[in-house]
Design a protein. Sequence first.
Length: 237
Amino acid sequence: MNTYIIKFFTTTCLAVVFFFSLIAQANADTIAIIGTGNVSSALGPKFADLGHEIIYGSRDPQRDDVQALVIQTGNRASAATPADSVIDADIVVIAVPGLVTLSVVAGLGDLSGKIIIDVTNPTETLENGLRVHAIETSNAEIIQAMLPEAFVVKAFNTLNYITMIDPASAGGLVTIPLAGNDDVAKAKVAELAQAIGFETSDIGPVRYAHELEGMLVLFANARALGHPFNYYLRKPE
């Protein structure tokens, strides 16, 4: 009798595990991450741990460090050219240097219907070593104008990659501001951010991405002048 009970219990447990595995797969997204630098290396593995499929967009997908990142990420991660990486993606994360962002996005093709997470900060360094915000509006606003049928959300650009890897290093919950025109897209990005250990705060339409991008200027200039600081946005308790 005990043998039959054990077999029944084991079979039932396996069925439950399989059922929840199917649910997880059904809720999983394909996320293309354009770029393979520090930010991509921080976010990609964390999103993969949630069950999402990650495709890194790289100019050289077979490069050793890119393939090492794919292996590190696991969960069916892969690498492709930027244009190929976004074809089947539900979400596209733009994680490239700020001043090349617009040309990179222009080469990705049709992104209609996709959520675009813009992590970039377009700054340039002056002769005196200080940075300025390099465009009148923001990368996020320009991307949204370039891709009117996509859903652009500015996120993850107000913290460094070290905090992305280890949110607890900030000494408390870190808040990720979200700027975008579509509430459903912002809710999806908020879900992703919260699942990897952050709080989120909706700060309004994409036009407010300009203020978010400017935060890096203050951070970088203080460091250049020998007065470095770290900052973490945090909701009041």
